[in-house]
Design a protein around this ligand. Sequence first.
Ligand code: NAD
Length: 294
Amino acid sequence: MRELHGKVAVITGAASGIGLALARACVAEGMSIVLADVESARLDTEARKLRDEGATVLAVPTDVSDSSSVDELAEAAGARFGRVHLVCNNAGVGPGGVTWEVSEQIWKWVLDVDLWGVVHGIRAFVPQLVGQSEGHVVNTSSVTGLVGSPGMAAYSAAKHAVVGLSQSLRHDLELAGSPVGVSVVCPGMTRTRMNDSGRNWPADQLGQPPETGLEPSHPDTRDSFYQRMEVDSMDPAEVATQTLDAVRMDRFWVIPDASILSRLDAEVEAVRRAASTGDRAPRHVAADTQGSTQ
Ligand SMILES: NC(=O)c1ccc[n+]([C@@H]2O[C@H](COP(=O)([O-])OP(=O)(O)OC[C@H]3O[C@@H](n4cnc5c(N)ncnc54)[C@H](O)[C@@H]3O)[C@@H](O)[C@H]2O)c1
């Protein structure tokens, strides 16, 4: 979608972090925006700020884990703007925990938001984009959707699934002869409120929050994780800029932190070696970066 000016973007998880940065980047391109988030007070505050700056904004409190809530978001966007052109399935939560200790409730929460949230967004909006023969879908995965990280099994599983379903979506659209584009965003560590995802624990659905497991990362590496959040992490505005470039250029992969590529090379090389010689892949290809991704 080369021309963004005058178009309409829907962004989930838009009250904070990467989603809010995407919203601001869309406004800078002259787009109207529909902001969706489960944190309605913060959603209202950010929407008001953007309106005060001159943006055309609709804010719709939305729980992406609930298909009817996402359907209502699509209806509200259609009622206000007629058409939607860019859909960013970005909302996410990122708790951690040692794989065999992660509670069923945490698994459910992460898969409901990080995976089903994207599925609901695709089912609610893509038929309309296909029908109008114009549009682009952006799904937010993670570096952890490319290479699993220790202490983040549920998150890693959900984010790998988002990569896979985005690839399938792209193939299905191509086979259907649709010009609708797809990008999958795989950020590395980014300065957002992700390490406080527990604030969105849905106590009404899943009961009291667990005492442990709501923080991201492996317990042994937690200190270094938080240090890296401060020191090495990326500005969400940079992730947003690269994402909109990909939309304009119809590029599938958005890998804001290119240093991940050497880790991917190591994984692919290990698989290739195992396939060609029967060698066992090294147990810890990415040992030097444990706990350093989200
Ligand atoms: N921050 C990082 O280092 C990093 C790295 C890779 C990927 N990501 C991904 O980026 C995306 C955005 O996260 P962020 O880092 O900006 O964190 P953030 O916590 O700042 O923003 C996430 C937003 O999603 C919203 N949200 C949570 N549950 C929701 C639900 N059920 N329905 C609707 N909205 C909901 C939150 O209220 C929040 O506004 C996520 O998908 C996350 O997994 C983040």
